[in-house]
Design a protein around this ligand. Sequence first.
Ligand code: 5GP
Ligand code: ZN
Length: 114
Amino acid sequence: MQDCIFCRIAAKEIPAQAVYEDDIVMAFPDIKPMAPVHVLIIPKKHISSLLDITSEDVPVIEYAVKAAQQIAKSMGLAEKGFRIVVNTGNDGGQTVHHLHWHVLGGRPMSWPPG
Ligand code: 5GP
Ligand code: ZN
C-alpha cells in the first residue's frame, strides 16, 4: 500500500523512532501526542481496521499485546496504568486506515472519552 502512511513507516520510507519492533509489529511515538506517553503499535502488514482482522491475523493481536506489555514496562506505565485505544471507522475517530493501537499514559485518563 504505497499511499498508506503507516505502511511507509513500517517499510522505513518515513522515519519514526521505533520504541518496539519485531517481525510482526512495530511501535513508535504518535506525531501529535495526546498524553506524556503516546505510542502507536501497528502491524507491519497492511490491515485497514479492526474490522478487517481475520483468523490468519491472530499473531498480529498476540504480538500487539506483547508489544503493549513491553512498552508499558520500558516506558514506566506498568505501575500506574495506561489506556489502549483502537479507533475504528468514522464514529470511532479513525483517521489513518491502517490498524493501530494507541498506548496512552503518563497521566490519569478520564472516562467517558470524548
Ligand atoms: P487515528 O486517528 O486513526 O486513531 O490515529 C492516527 C494517529 O496517527 C493520530 O494520532 C496521528 O497523530 C498519528 N499520525 C498521523 N500521521 C503520522 C505520522 O506520519 N507519524 C506518526 N508518528 N504519527 C502519525
Ligand atoms: Zn498500511
